[in-house]
Design a protein around this ligand. Sequence first.
Ligand SMILES: *[C@@H]1O[C@H](CO)[C@@H](O)[C@H](O)[C@H]1NC(C)=O
Ligand SMILES: *[C@@H]1O[C@H](CO)[C@@H](O)[C@H](O)[C@H]1NC(C)=O
Ligand SMILES: *[C@@H]1O[C@H](CO)[C@@H](O)[C@H](O)[C@H]1NC(C)=O
Ligand SMILES: *[C@@H]1O[C@H](CO)[C@@H](O)[C@H](O)[C@H]1NC(C)=O
Ligand SMILES: *[C@@H]1O[C@H](CO)[C@@H](O)[C@H](O)[C@H]1NC(C)=O
Ligand SMILES: *[C@@H]1O[C@H](CO)[C@@H](O)[C@H](O)[C@H]1NC(C)=O
Length: 626
Amino acid sequence: MKGHKTASVAFLSFAFLFLVCEGQQGFGKPCSDDYPQSKIYCYGDFLLTIQRAKLYPDQKTFVDHPLKANPADVLADFTALGISGEALNDTARQIISQFVDDHFDRNGTEFEDWVPTDWEENPTFLENINNTHLRQWASKLHEFWKELGRKIIEDVKTNKDRHSMYYVSHPVIVPGGRFKEFYYWDSYWIQRGLLVSNMTQTVKGMIENFFEMVDLLGFIPNGGRIYYQRSQPPLLLPMVDAYYEATNDIDFIKNNIETMKTEFEFFRTKRTVSVYLKDNPTPYVMARYNVELTDPRPESFSEDYELVNSLDQDDEVGKEFLYANLKSGAESGWDFSSRWFVVPEGTSLMDGNLTHTKTREIIPVDLNSFIYWNAVLLNKFCKVVDNVTACDPDIYQKYADDWKTAIHDVLWDEEAGTWFDFDFVRGEKRKYFFPTNLAPLWVNANHGLTADIAKQAVNYLYTSGATNFPGGIPTSMLQTGQQWDFPNGWAPLNHLVVEALENTGEPTAQNLAFDLAQKWIQSNHLAYLQTEAMFEKYDVSILGSAGSGGEYEVVVGFGWSNGVVLDFLKKYGLRLLPVDNLPTTTSPTTTPPTTTTAGSFSVHFNALNSLVTLSSLVFVLMGYLM
Ligand SMILES: *[C@@H]1O[C@H](CO)[C@@H](O)[C@H](O)[C@H]1NC(C)=O
Ligand SMILES: *[C@@H]1O[C@H](CO)[C@@H](O)[C@H](O)[C@H]1NC(C)=O
Ligand SMILES: *[C@@H]1O[C@H](CO)[C@@H](O)[C@H](O)[C@H]1NC(C)=O
Ligand SMILES: *[C@@H]1O[C@H](CO)[C@@H](O)[C@H](O)[C@H]1NC(C)=O
Ligand SMILES: *[C@@H]1O[C@H](CO)[C@@H](O)[C@H](O)[C@H]1NC(C)=O
Ligand SMILES: *[C@@H]1O[C@H](CO)[C@@H](O)[C@H](O)[C@H]1NC(C)=O
């Protein structure tokens, strides 16, 4: 007993030392000096002064403004004003506001609207949706692709110093709202929907954009802006695979194999760490989200800045680590969540807050499942390329095998019948419910008979309580006010669970998969009928309600939500039903709003192009109308 305790104390201090040393060596400034506009959009006194002046409600607004002149000239003009720092009076704020108007263009001017050339009226999948209401809705979602299409203007290429935007050659489908450029992991579910709509050329272009990013940066950024100095869950290869399965485009695989290998290597070399289990001297190589950069995220500057400065003033190391952990949390796609909170021993995660974010100390189930999946796909693609010099399938088979073993040995929990995230600093599993706990099942990274694991997964979902809600699976069981927590449900996570269960082929798992898809569809559909909008997240505890919480107002559009609905409707279209007693005042072929309601209805029509604050007012008004 005593020996054991000493061992774990030793283990802990070792892990801590490791974190500190490794962390400090790797820390650097965001945005490379290759970009002269870095001191405008990424870090430094100028950015601090502007963002601390809080000119706009959303800190992303300023960093999306294109420059009217060269960055060096703009910086010189600003220095000449003699205003800096954060203790600014109203006069100073007005001067800054005028300065921004004079030196920057409006946000949103880097794009032109673009209608996808492969979009067609009446795609065939609609024929296999039995229910009339759901079919009409699907048709509308298919039309939404046209609203979400964006093409970047040539000026971003020719005057690249004057934008925070990266130039990419092909048009994209964006998520919507404040997310008006491409996003990495969103694109996987957007593309799943586009493939249902048979828009393979659009998908191909979006993937080629990502190849351009890998060739330029060595990785794919979170989104299409230079200030996103971090990646997101690595789903490029799954995108390629979905496209390849739909088109059999062998040349696409052959021509891009090198770039795909580079994307894999980024995560394999830059996002891995040795994980030790007690009583086992041989470490496992596993992946974590890890952005070793300090400074606030430019697009959420003041939020990060204020949070970090709420820490003890002298705790310089703690501050640097918190910045890095926040950025790493953003890299996970789960920004933010109790999933990344590490609270003092003896306190509950519910008492945690963002200062407890320790993303870098956690080995996530989903990330490691994705790495496994990437290795499996590279093995498959190497065989397609059929040239061992260019791509050796055995290398990737080995990575896949190793990762599968690590997922089993480190993350699988036989007692609970599921996988859990692992805190490698404290050497313990984090036994909380998250839908991503089932990610290994989604990517076939499970050891043992799939049918057995499927039954355990079903049992786990029921006993966790996650199946108790009318609108689908929640993100966690903890209501912390963070957006990746209860009661929010997210399209990618509900899709992951449904597909994981469905793909097992086990009847009870498939029944549950259908039930969960049905709930998700009914809730999204009801919300759509009430608002004519699709949301980035939903509240699973109230049928037909958008989600809330987190750093910004709920966003409508919305790429991955549309994609997941289309995929469910394609998969289960013969059986799915909407809720009983559908609201009758609005329908997918709704009558135009009357003048008295135009204000509240503007949410429908502006929804796709602007960030919409879907205030409770709208719901109150809608309720009143019904
Ligand atoms: C407000 O700030 C400006 C610029 O820093 C300064 O010149 C001015 O004296 C300040 N005004 C007051 C009333 O403090
Ligand atoms: C541009 O900024 C304005 C002002 O903050 C904001 O209301 C609007 O949503 C932004 N537009 C886009 C397209 O981001
Ligand atoms: C999908 O689009 C292609 C053209 O890009 C067309 O040849 C094919 O028939 C379409 N498939 C379906 C199922 O509509
Ligand atoms: C976070 O929680 C700690 C207690 O663990 C508290 O001291 C601190 O004020 C909280 N910080 C914020 C920003 O809520
Ligand atoms: C195989 O790949 C290597 C390295 O990329 C290349 O030099 C060689 O020409 C390829 N062989 C064939 C037959 O395409
Ligand atoms: C779907 O509709 C068709 C034609 O109306 C009908 O024959 C079939 O039974 C329906 N399928 C289901 C599963 O309800």
